[in-house]
Design a protein around this ligand. Structure first.
Ligand SMILES: [Zn+2]
Length: 377
């Protein structure tokens, strides 16, 4: 059984995903279409879109819809362009119609949550996530902008949608205001689902301040945490973790998941403040950056990669969090097709060590050395 921090003032929030156990969609989103009915399926072996059917938009403008602040614009919410290789003759208006139909589902779901939480709730929608927020619009907007920036960044770096597989209709977060709202949210979830369906960590998570639950990632903020740990950090970490989990079909090892969450916080928000921790005193303890990973390497305070690859959450120590940030930043800095290949191999069941060697064409020891050179360079 994994543990959760119990301190409400803990700087670092904990969140544990539950793996692939019973990925039942929420009732309101269960009927959302996987793709428009008239759109032919993408070629699963297509070298251009890697089976996604979509490729990144050219020069996209970040899109964040916020309820009460102007109309939803389906043409701006479309997540990508149709693949010019395998869907070249398909009608691109289908994507706009799809975005419209998803938004209607999302709004209905939002109305349901407003009723369950009996309070004012903002709806935010990015191209890849939906956020229900009990926050001021200015604070909530930052969370939406961070998630949108994250997905655009990953698409730009990899020229692919492979690392951003979620859609707003099937990926939800809830940012609550204070502990009472967190308890109310949990009660609402318990009315919707039997406890066993919510997973074995549901009960221990009642004492946490943040929970990356597979149905709806959720956390609560207070006046204190709003200053120290603003909502964009929670939203970004939740969304980054979910992208890598879905991209690997929930088989990403911990070093990759934590490293990816840290790499994206560092890239978008300029430091890392949210990590998944087993107990409070085993977490990073304070914000850190890629610069700290570089310093740690130069000071010789890193483990060989072969030791860190199989490490589990309860074994993670402060220095491991910084090291996995450096590892993933290094892996992302190489040829984009290599990280995409790594993710594909892990998704298909390869152990991480084999997947790394095959994707990058170097042994784990060689990658370890190359990463060290990159960090000290
Ligand atoms: Zn294609």
């Amino acid at each position: 059984m994994r543990d959760f921090p119990t301190s409400r003032r803990e700087f670092l929030a904990a969140g544990l995903a539950l793996g692939s156990c019973g990925l039942a969609p929420l009732p309101e989103t269960a009927h959302a279409q996987d793709r428009p009915a008239d759109l032919p399926p993408a070629d699963v072996d297509c070298p251009r879109c890697l089976g996604m059917g979509l490729i990144p938009l050219k020069n996209p403008t970040p899109y964040v819809f916020i309820s009460g602040q102007g109309p939803f614009k389906p043409e701006d919410a479309v997540a990508g362009e149709l693949c010019p290789e395998c869907l070249s003759t398909a009608d691109k208006n289908l994507l706009v119609e799809w975005a419209k139909s998803d938004h209607a589902t999302i709004e209905e779901n939002h109305r349901q949550w407003q009723g369950r939480l009996s309070g004012r709730l903002l709806l935010l929608q990015t191209r890849h996530a939906t956020i229900h927020a009990q926050l001021r619009p200015a604070d909530a907007r930052k969370a939406g902008q961070a998630v949108e920036a994250l997905t655009l960044h990953l698409q730009k770096v990899t020229d692919s949608l492979r690392l951003t597989p979620t859609r707003p209709v099937n990926y939800l977060q809830t940012l609550l205001w204070n502990r009472a709202a967190y308890d109310q949210f949990r009660k609402a979830m318990e009315k919707l689902y039997p406890t066993e369906q919510l997973g074995e960590n549901w009960l221990p998570a009642r004492d946490a301040n943040s929970y990356d639950h597979f149905l709806i990632a959720h956390c609560y903020l207070t006046p204190l945490t709003l200053r120290e740990l603003p909502p964009e950090y929670h939203s970004l970490k939740f969304a980054a973790t979910r992208q890598i989990q879905v991209a690997t079909e929930w088989q990403a090892p911990l070093w990759l998941m934590e490293g990816f969450g840290a790499y994206t916080q560092d890239a978008i928000l300029k430091d890392v403040r949210v990590s998944t921790v087993y107990v409070n005193d085993r977490g990073p303890g304070k914000p850190f950056t890629l610069q700290d990973a570089r310093k740690q390497h130069v000071a010789g305070q890193t483990r060989p990669w072969e030791e860190i690859l199989p490490r589990e959450l309860r074994e993670f120590e402060k220095a491991d969090y910084t090291q996995v940030l450096g590892m993933v930043a290094f892996l992302m800095s190489r040829e984009p097709r290599q990280i995409l290949e790594l993710v594909r191999l892990i998704r298909e069941g390869s152990p991480a060590e084999n997947a790394l060697s095959e994707a990058y064409g170097q042994s784990v020891a060689e990658l370890d050395e190359a990463c060290g050179k990159w960090l000290s360079g």
